[in-house]
Design a protein around this ligand. Structure first.
Ligand code: ZN
Length: 322
């Protein structure tokens, strides 16, 4: 288990990047892209430290030390292998949430129950899974994986990734990385929606859509994903029907645009009521907001899963009400 973790770290952080964060500068370039500079490991007066950025290896002709990134960190900070791994993990180059997301992404393809769930939600294009960096929490191995990467159990518990018993708190969920959080959708009978502590953040992918003159706002990520799959790139998601202050500020950025609220048309009417309240509120801020009327009992996801296509959805947009 340790070797994949070492490889993962070396893939994420190149030796040269790490050296540069420690203010190392090459004095000259030699053949095959290799660099020479002063050795950070001994008192060096003429450049004797060779770095091969392609192989991610170093060698010093002065003190005779050489090796890979982790060996360098061991020598430079005079720490053990495990401590070097932990130091690297906490360096600015990596982050806990992206490690977790990567772990889940790998698991998605290994667990047929995850693929079956995605199929059931109408997601069948591999590039969509990639685009949204979707993953799956199988409920095993997460803690072990992260500890081999150098995180402590305390850190993982503090982040809410594992519970008091040390188990993955996103267990049996499809997981989407958000800007500074994770969203998990249960594929079984557990509580359907889960976030890490700390709030859902802004509108999903807002900086990718805010330049469109028409933007579609949906409640859930599975709504967003099927719209994306059907070719609608101008959609964003509020992760619920209630917008937080940050999300409202994003919509009120003063850029003229038409906002289509494609909220759930559920039986109790809560999605449509939320859309109505929101459109009223946005109108007061001078934002044009139209409510998309989905067939009864549908949300955008079930609309597409039930056979609706992009053209039909486009017609719903055209018939949207103020
Ligand atoms: Zn040296």
């Amino acid at each position: 288990m340790i070797w994949p973790a070492v490889d993962a770290i070396k893939q994420q952080i190149s030796l040269l990047d790490y050296l540069q964060t420690q203010n190392w500068q090459p004095a000259r370039r030699i053949s095959r892209g290799r660099l020479m500079g002063l050795c950070p490991l001994h008192l060096d007066h003429k450049p004797s430290f060779l770095v091969d950025p392609l192989k991610n290896l170093f060698y010093c002709y002065g003190c005779g030390h050489g090796g890979d990134l982790i060996r360098f960190v061991e020598l430079y900070h005079q720490v053990s292998f495990g401590e070097a791994m932990a130091l690297l993990r906490r360096s600015r180059c990596g982050s806990l949430l992206s490690d977790v997301a990567r772990f889940y992404q790998i698991q998605l393809h290994r667990h047929p129950e995850a693929a079956a769930y995605l199929e059931q939600r109408g997601i069948h294009q591999p590039q969509v899974i990639e685009e949204f960096a979707m993953g799956y929490a199988p409920g095993r191995c997460l803690r072990h994986w992260l500890i081999t990467l150098g995180y402590s159990l305390g850190e993982l518990q503090q982040a809410g990734l594992v519970n008091a018993a040390g188990l993955d708190s996103f267990s049996h969920r499809i997981v989407f990385p958000l800007e500074a959080n994770l969203y998990g959708r249960a594929i079984g009978n557990a509580a359907p929606h889960r976030f890490l502590p700390g709030g859902k953040g802004g509108l999903y992918g807002w900086e990718r859509v805010n330049h469109y003159s028409e933007v579609i706002l949906v409640e859930g990520l599975f709504d967003l994903v099927v719209l994306w799959q059907a070719g609608f790139r101008n959609a964003t998601c509020a992760l619920g029907s209630h917008l937080n202050a940050h999300q409202l500020r994003q919509l009120g950025d003063g850029v003229p645009r038409t906002l289509y609220l494609a909220f759930d048309s559920d039986e109790n009417g809560s999605g449509q009521q939320a859309a109505q309240r929101l459109s009223r509120r946005l109108r007061q801020q001078g934002i044009t907001a139209l409510r998309v009327q989905l067939p009864d009992g549908h949300d955008p996801n079930s609309f597409f899963v039930g056979g609706g296509d992009g053209q039909q959805f486009q017609q719903l947009l055209e018939r949207a009400l103020p």
